[in-house]
Write a protein that binds this ligand. Structure first.
Ligand code: DI6
Ligand code: FE
Length: 408
């Protein structure tokens, strides 16, 4: 197969190493000299080439020249829709400005909220596209997008509409997450509870009515919302039949993880300050720990997420960019993998599982993130010899081609 060659319909990929990430006895579920049969956008067979019967799949064969195939990559935590950017405050801080000076110059999350409120739907889409394209250029086939920079009904809905629009403009699956409980806007300063009742919850109901919400998130932190406030939002999510997830224990231990586990959260994200009890609770609820090294790196955090506890208790770990204008202006899943390994000592296999199989689980997707019969044919083809190379290199993109729903 050459880059850009049209691959569609029924076909068999051959001459490939497959990092299937499906449960198997080999690391990465690796199958050397493998083949994948694709029909109508689905994988119908995957295994060793010599076991493939041409009688069963008498289709066009597409030779991959010995390249590595992984599941399409999944970024399960992003904020790629927002107005403006915060390069100015980055520069101010590095020139010695204090937090107060940055805030007085209009910096911080409030500046993103103002810019997002001012932007039209078209502008939000136009600004987010290069970020989405950067993810796609590295093989992403699913990207989660959160609201949370509108903090009023109109703009929260606009952000989610922009996210949905992205999925129409590009061959990628967009999963939308309502994050009204991200911060309290200036007009509600000191009245967090009123913001939750008067804006956040009504916006959630309206967004759900419009079919804009796949999951509900919140920011549980001393600078954001307390567990009791988040719980009021989760109760509404539960009533609407929407799954929840939570930004928790990022800067301090507030007890958000225990709350999220109690509500059967798909994932608990950041979790630097989570403890072993939190890991036990997540294991019991089946919640994925979403590790976000881009934010850790950008804010120069020193508290490491408790990877050992997650391993010990069998909590699945995902990795994501957390792409946002403040704490993680990152649009590379490959770099995210490298950071997960270098900063947190995750293994390259855990890192790849973190942006495939476990990322799918963090989004409640049961037919992505693995190469196996019945899964969607979302695949990434790489010019590398071993899967470990994907996490090893820094700032290099070896993607050869990307197959989305069976089509290159
Ligand atoms: N955690 C973060 O690090 C960001 N939001 C969140 O929930 C910060 C968002 C920003 O600064 O714009
Ligand atoms: Fe985030």
């Amino acid at each position: 197969m050459t880059r850009g060659e049209s691959v569609t319909g029924n076909y068999v990929l051959t001459g490939a190493s497959l990092a299937t990430m499906a449960s198997s006895d080999t690391p990465y579920g690796l199958i050397g000299n493998g083949a994948v049969a694709v029909s109508e956008g689905r994988i119908v067979w995957a295994g060793r080439r010599e076991k493939l019967s041409a009688d069963n799949f008498p289709w066009k064969q597409v030779d991959l020249g010995g390249r590595l195939v992984t599941p399409g990559l999944i970024d399960c935590h992003t904020h790629i829709v927002f107005g403006g950017n915060r390069a100015m405050e980055f520069e101010m801080r590095l020139n010695g400005a204090s937090y107060e000076e940055v805030a007085r110059a209009g910096g911080g999350i409030v500046s993103t909220v103002s810019a997002t409120r001012e932007a039209s739907l078209e502008k939000l889409v136009r600004d987010a596209l290069p970020r989405l394209d950067a993810l796609i250029a590295e093989g992403a086939t699913v990207v989660e997008v959160k609201s949370g920079y509108g903090l009023d009904l109109k703009t929260e809905l606009n952000m989610l509409r922009a996210a949905r629009r992205l999925g129409e403009l590009r061959p990628v699956t967009i999963k939308t997450t309502f994050l009204g409980a991200h911060a309290t806007p200036a007009e509600y300063k000191g009245r967090d509870d009123a913001y939750i009742d008067e804006v956040c919850i009504p916006a959630l109901r309206a967004a759900h009515t419009e079919g804009l919400v796949d999951a509900v998130d919140g920011f549980c932190e001393n600078i954001a919302f307390a567990p009791a406030q988040i719980e009021r939002v989760f109760k509404v999510a539960q009533e609407l039949g929407l799954p929840v997830k939570l930004h928790a224990e990022q800067l301090s231990h507030q007890g958000g993880t225990a709350l999220a586990a109690q509500y059967g959260a798909l994932s608990v994200d950041h979790v630097e300050y989570a403890n072993e009890d939190d890991a036990r609770a997540m294991a019991a609820s089946g919640s994925v720990a979403v590790i976000l090294p881009g934010a850790f790196y950008t804010i120069r955090e020193t508290q490491m997420p408790p990877i050992e506890h997650f391993r010990k208790h069998g909590v699945p770990m995902a990795l994501a960019t957390d792409c946002n204008p403040g704490s993680s202006p990152l649009t590379s899943l490959l770099l995210t993998m490298n950071m997960g390994c270098t900063l947190f000592r995750m293994t390259p296999e855990e890192a790849l599982a973190g942006i495939t199989r476990n990322a799918a689980r963090a989004l409640g997707l049961t037919d992505r993130g693995q190469i196996a019969a019945g899964m969607r044919a979302d695949l990434a083809v790489w010019d590398v010899e071993t899967p470990g190379e994907l996490a090893y290199r820094i700032g290099f993109n070896p993607l050869h081609s990307r197959i989305y729903e069976g089509e290159q």
